[in-house]
Design a protein around this ligand. Structure first.
Ligand SMILES: Cc1cc2nc3c(=O)[nH]c(=O)nc-3n(C[C@H](O)[C@H](O)[C@H](O)COP(=O)(O)OP(=O)(O)OC[C@H]3O[C@@H](n4cnc5c(N)ncnc54)[C@H](O)[C@@H]3O)c2cc1C
Length: 319
């Protein structure tokens, strides 16, 4: 394997960016390849009619000292969500991991901050890699090592593994808006979580409870469909499933029927790992994986996993 040259990071979600920043800070040349035009992956925020709306990650926790330090160093504008999250029976869902935070400029802003100073190639999907004794070939360049931060089925395909370490559930997401005055009980709690078998909704978040995000008189919800509903509507067009999600959300928040308008939907094909205990897989020499293919599927866990993977890469490079 080559002793000098850059390390390739595939994917600019939070785990890939955390890994890339750690290697960069250790003096290693890194190049980050991202298939989409923006960084952040499932930590996605959309600017919609002047409102900032989180479509993937809704909030994050900060249990570890390392992560807290990172947030304080890189992000000053992160705020606690004060309003409670309720379950189906109106009981408060407490977080064992402590307070829930959001970023004023949109949760995706954390990914932007993490990408500063990196050699980042957006709109650049990596579809194949080839491993040899001289290094890893990726898009015409040779790298000392490669880190895939993609959801496990995509990493498995890229790295030529027979099986992913874990399979993923998909999730249909919708943005719903309401301009009237009968906002139901949406100002008393930030979110409602439902048991997964209760199709169509699994979670509904009222973005107005993230202070500073929604302008004017609008009430804006982001809803996540249940895994069952998401599977059943995997190939439905948005006009078919959006009204069903809107009606379910009206009932959940006691909003008069027919008042919510669904503005758009988004399909997360690889939303969350299905298994809590992923199996270990053996990787080609010089290849590493990070993210929720083997860490918990939370912002804090994948950020920490990116850091740990960077340490593993450094050990490998010094060996
Ligand atoms: C709907 C939803 C809600 C969530 N809510 C929360 C929450 O409230 N709190 C929380 O802590 N966690 C939440 N999560 C989980 C959290 O989003 C993930 O655990 C975390 O963002 C995963 O980050 P990652 O970097 O590992 O992967 P990703 O964010 O998936 O990043 C992978 C990146 O790789 C890119 N990519 C894919 N294929 C290629 C390719 N071939 N070449 C190059 N690039 C490629 C993708 O575009 C993406 O940017 C939620 C997830 C979803 C889907």
């Amino acid at each position: 394997m080559k002793k000098s040259g850059p390390v390739a990071i595939i994917g600019a979600g939070l785990s890939g960016l955390s890994c890339a920043q750690s290697l960069h800070a250790a003096g290693i040349e890194v190049r980050v390849f991202e298939s989409s035009p923006v960084v952040g992956g499932r930590c996605a925020t959309r600017l919609w009619q002047g409102h900032l709306v989180d479509l993937g990650v809704q909030y994050f926790t900060a249990q570890s000292t390392e992560f807290k330090k990172e947030l304080l160093n890189r992000l000053r504008q992160f705020r606690p969500i004060i309003s409670p999250i309720l379950d189906r029976d109106d009981k408060v869902v407490t977080s064992e991991a402590g307070p829930r935070f959001y970023v004023l400029q949109g949760n995706n802003y954390f990914a932007h901050v993490l990408s500063h100073g990196l050699d980042l190639r957006v709109n650049t999907p990596v579809e194949s890699l080839s491993f040899s004794s001289t290094g890893v070939d990726c898009l015409g360049g040779t790298y000392r090592a490669v880190v895939s931060s993609l959801p496990s089925p995509l990493s498995a395909r890229l790295l030529g593994l027979s099986k992913p370490s874990v399979e993923y559930d998909s999730c249909l997401t919708a943005l719903l808006e309401y301009t009237g005055s009968g906002v139901g009980n949406s100002r008393q709690s930030y979110a409602r979580l439902l048991p997964e078998d209760q199709a169509p909704l699994m979670a509904s978040y009222c973005e107005n409870n993230k202070v500073g995000r929604i302008i004017g008189d609008k009430t804006v919800f982001v809803v996540h469909a249940s895994p069952r509903f998401s599977r059943e509507h995997a190939s439905s067009p948005p006009e078919k499933y959006l009204p069903l999600l809107a009606r379910a959300n009206e009932q959940l928040w006691h909003i008069p029927e027919g008042q919510l308008t669904a503005s758009f939907g988004h399909r997360w094909t690889y939303a969350r790992p299905l298994d809590l205990k992923p199996r270990s897989v053996s990787l080609p020499k010089g290849a590493f994986v990070c993210g929720d293919s083997h860490a918990d599927s939370t912002v804090e866990s994948v950020w920490l996993d990116g850091r740990q993977t960077a340490k593993d890469v450094l050990t490998y490079l010094s060996g």
